[in-house]
Design a protein around this ligand. Structure first.
Ligand code: S3P
Length: 426
């Protein structure tokens, strides 16, 4: 696919529902009692993986556009299938599902595509084992084998800030009788699981760096309206911040403060971002955004800020290419274990189009120039966030970008290119 340079992005857009909330809602709906109704479901390959696995486990799911109904089988009602549970590319599905399966009867095998299989899964197995779970990885990777066991509460200190690991432990805590389960976080990571559990009436307490959950006998069904995914809007937001004459409105997007790091960083660099029409839905904050460009200055993104924009860091690197000075991203070693090694891939991709970027063990350093990067060829390496980065790089380049592996956007946002086309002015 060839992405031609653009003069501006302008107009109003809405994006599909938050991927991580869509996946969590399907998983929780499947172990609830009764029928859950999820509206604004973010349709994508990764959320399809959530539907696929709960169907395999015996939950009935009916789909009608972005409205999804899940007939829950009850907290311990999953039936072990003969075949492995294929989680596709979705780390959230595989890891959160571990937290539910350790409390079931039977033996389960979880697999995924090549990328998901190669990622580190011992990080979920270890705390679950400490709760009495029987769970084994394959040399730290997938397939992951789970056998139901009696669970007991733990207090677990996360070695890395990871919402997926935190969520798996909290979900297993629902099954751990005899007390409460506590997760201690090094830095606060996205709290969609905590918000959903609270919304369902589960007893959950939060202190400075810890979250405590109490076991339950049953979960009620969910009725939920999911707001738009800021991570899906991020590419077009960055394009609007970089292309002079742009004026972009993003409607109905989730502004959970643990997800809005990109907006803070862009504002710090000088972009003009207004957040208005604040409201809430299903226990999550929602708002509309207005994004306008300005000359940008470089910034440093440090470890403390990383979890709040972990999936947007590739786009921060591109913004850095336009900012006066040296933009640094540090303490982001987690990027190496995402859908691809995103430190290596972002550096490779942006260099290929003429950006002055250098790799660091835990991040990257970008030297900005006022001129647009030349352009060239970017390969997504099958990573959806790299494909989106390549698309924006094409819009803001002088000669355009030939994007290979563009179809990877379907992992989180199949309508991405249509949305981009709808707001691009050449
Ligand atoms: C996610 C958490 C993050 C993020 C991923 C989705 C989630 O991963 O990168 O895209 O839904 O909880 P980690 O928990 O590994 O940091």
């Amino acid at each position: 696919m060839k992405i031609e340079p653009a003069a501006a992005v302008e107009g109003a857009v809405a994006v599909p529902g938050v991927k991580g909330i869509s996946q969590r809602a399907v998983l929780l709906g499947a172990v609830a009692e009764g029928e859950s109704e999820i509206r604004g479901f973010g349709r994508a390959a990764d959320t399809e993986s959530a539907i696929h696995v709960v169907r395999r486990l015996g939950a009935e799911v009916t789909e009608d556009g972005d409205r999804v109904r899940v007939a829950g089988v009850g907290l311990r009602g999953f039936i072990a299938p003969d075949e492995p549970l294929d989680c596709g590319n979705a780390g959230t599905v595989l890891r959160l599902l571990c937290g539910l399966l350790v409390g079931q009867d039977g033996r389960f095998e979880l697999t995924g595509d090549e990328s998901l299989s190669a990622r580190p899964h011992e990080r979920v197995a270890e705390p679950l084992r400490a709760m009495g779970a029987r769970i084994e990885t394959t040399d730290g990777h997938a397939p992951v084998l789970v056998e139901g066991a009696e669970l007991h509460p733990v207090r677990y200190e996360l070695p890395v800030a990871s919402a997926q690991v935190k969520s798996a432990v909290l979900l297993a805590g629902l099954y751990a009788r005899g007390g409460s389960t506590t997760v201690v976080e090094p830095l606060p990571a996205r709290d969609h699981t905590e918000r959903l559990l609270t919304y369902l009436g589960v007893r959950l307490a939060r202190a400075a760096h810890e979250i405590t959950v109490w076991p339950v006998d049953r979960l009620p069904p969910l009725v939920l309206d999911i707001p738009g995914d800021l991570s899906s809007a991020a590419a077009v937001i960055v394009a609007a911040a970089l292309l002079s004459d742009s004026e972009l409105i993003v409607q109905g997007v989730n502004v959970n403060p643990l997800r809005t790091g990109l907006l803070d960083v862009l504002e710090r660099m000088g972009a003009r971002i207004a957040v208005f029409n604040r409201r809430s839905s299903g226990g999550e904050p929602v708002a509309d955004l207005e994004v306008r460009p300005a000359p940008l200055v470089a910034t440093t993104v440090e470890r403390e800020e990383i979890p709040r924009l972990i999936d947007e860091l590739p786009l921060v690197a591109l913004a850095g290419a336009f900012a006066r000075g040296r933009t640094e991203v540090l303490g982001a070693g987690e990027l190496r274990v995402k859908e691809s090694d995103r430190i290596e891939q972002v550096t490779r991709a942006l260099r290929a189009v003429g950006v002055r970027i250098e790799e660091r063990p835990d991040g990257f350093v970008v030297r900005g120039t006022p001129a647009r990067p030349r352009g060239g060829t970017i390969d997504s390496a099958g990573d959806h966030r790299l494909a989106m980065l390549g698309a924006v790089a094409g819009l803001v380049s002088r000669e355009g970008v030939r994007l290979e592996g563009a179809e990877a956007v379907a992992i989180s946002f199949p309508g991405f290119f249509d949305l981009l086309d709808s707001v691009t002015r050449r």
